[in-house]
Design a protein around this ligand. Structure first.
Ligand code: NAP
Ligand code: FE
Length: 367
């Protein structure tokens, strides 16, 4: 038995925000949740505010979402939404603002208070009383697929890692995919984020929870990325290829909504938390060591969908586009494995995972 549930409407193409005004406006007062620069640099913030102003919808901008947002600052965002009286959210940015918006939408309608029946960390249990604010998403990176997942990944300082919460009420109502918003991404950000999408598709395809519906989307997403591997090397993108990559990333989101991720992600979180390595780059460092241990047939299907001849070619490619600038010590890898072995997605891995195996994967990937 398998299920497919993805309630987000997806609108794809140039100028899709301006041409679908009614899909963007879900209430009478908007909160735009974005990062410090992505909203402005992508041009998406300008398109959104023009539509809101034209329709006389008041709005407030919360542009304080940092990369890998932490839970405390998202509670601040929720307080800001409450104080401003916003009744819907427009998330504009990469995975950080989109994931941040999901947490803000819960905190906006459920004020966390110590000693009450909803405390700050209860968000990870998915236990809250009031429905989160409705939201739409406008991704400005082609990587996380957060626009179609029920997950929000937040930095959790008290556990020194990143942790996800799953909330079916946090699916965006609509996602707008427009390559104009990603075409000017700095090349290394474009590479890191596409590698994240590649990891979602591969981790989904090789996952214990893979199903015919997730398999179908995973291979199609990998084929699309495969057609753009050269562009990712030299940065020769145009709007059309960027819209295609956004679609591949959205397919990746739909895949992991069904399957979840694997140890590539949970081990990668430590690289981000302790070394500030961008999410996609962290996953890319670990992908080869993960993939060489999976079922040979499934692994080969991923490689061929990417248009490559063998796993070695993928390894070389990833080494070319993901630079290594940091050194790692054996002690820290051992300490990280203590954290990552506790992650939920260890159970979705297609082979048994022990702490010792994680140490071996870290060592082979990073030392
Ligand atoms: P990101 O952290 O959202 O953004 C990375 C950088 O790119 C930021 O400095 C951002 O600037 C900049 N940027 C974004 N769009 C831009 C644009 N169009 N032009 C110029 N600069 C731009 O990166 P991400 O890889 O998309 O998201 C990573 C986060 O998503 C992680 O926290 C990860 O754990 C999470 N994630 C979530 C899911 C899910 O299912 N929910 C899946 C995978 C990953 P500003 O910060 O200044 O705006
Ligand atoms: Fe990811």
């Amino acid at each position: 038995m398998y299920k497919f549930h993805m309630p987000t409407k997806i609108i794809v193409g140039e100028n899709c925000v301006k041409e679908n005004e009614s899909e963007l406006i879900l209430g009478g007062r908007a909160l735009i949740v974005t990062g410090k620069t992505s909203g402005k640099r992508s041009g998406a913030l300008d398109d959104v505010t023009k539509v809101l102003e034209k329709n006389k919808i008041p709005y407030h901008v919360y542009d304080k979402v940092e990369n890998n947002p932490d839970i405390e600052s998202m509670a601040e965002g929720g307080k800001f939404a409450r104080e401003c009286g916003c009744d819907f959210i427009i998330a504009v940015g990469g995975g950080s603002p989109m994931d941040g918006a999901k947490a803000i939408s819960v905190y906006a309608t459920n004020e966390p208070k110590d000693g009450s029946d909803f405390e700050l960390y209860d968000i990870f249990k998915g236990e809250y009383k009031n429905k989160p604010l409705p939201m739409v998403a406008i991704p400005t990176t082609a990587g996380t697929g957060s626009e179609v997942t029920p997950y929000s990944i937040l930095t959790l300082h008290k556990e020194k890692t990143k942790k996800s919460f799953t909330c079916v009420d946090c699916f965006f109502k609509t996602a707008f995919l427009d390559g104009r918003y990603t075409v000017n991404l700095p090349l290394q950000v474009a590479r890191n984020t596409v590698v994240d999408a590649m990891c979602h598709l591969i981790e989904g395809y090789t996952n214990k929870k893979a199903s015919p519906s997730s398999d179908y989307m995973a291979l199609e997403g990998l084929r699309i990325i495969g057609r753009h591997l050269d562009k990712l090397k030299d940065g020769s993108f145009d709007t059309c290829s960027c819209t295609e990559l956004l679609w591949a990333s959205t397919l990746g989101g739909m895949v992991i909504s069904q399957t979840g991720t694997t140890i590539v992600h949970s081990m990668g979180y430590q690289l981000t938390y302790f070394k500030d390595i961008p999410h996609g780059m962290a996953n890319g460092y670990l992908l080869y060591e993960y993939l060489k241990r999976v079922d040979k047939k499934r692994m080969a299907q991923c490689i061929y969908a990417l248009g490559l001849e063998g796993l070695g070619e993928l390894k070389e490619y990833l080494e070319q586009i993901l630079p290594r600038e940091q050194d790692f010590a054996e002690d820290e890898l051992i300490a990280w494995s203590e954290i990552s072995i506790k992650a939920r997605n260890v159970a979705s891995c297609p082979y048994p995972v022990t702490k010792e195996l994680e140490i071996e994967i870290y060592k082979n990937s990073l030392l």
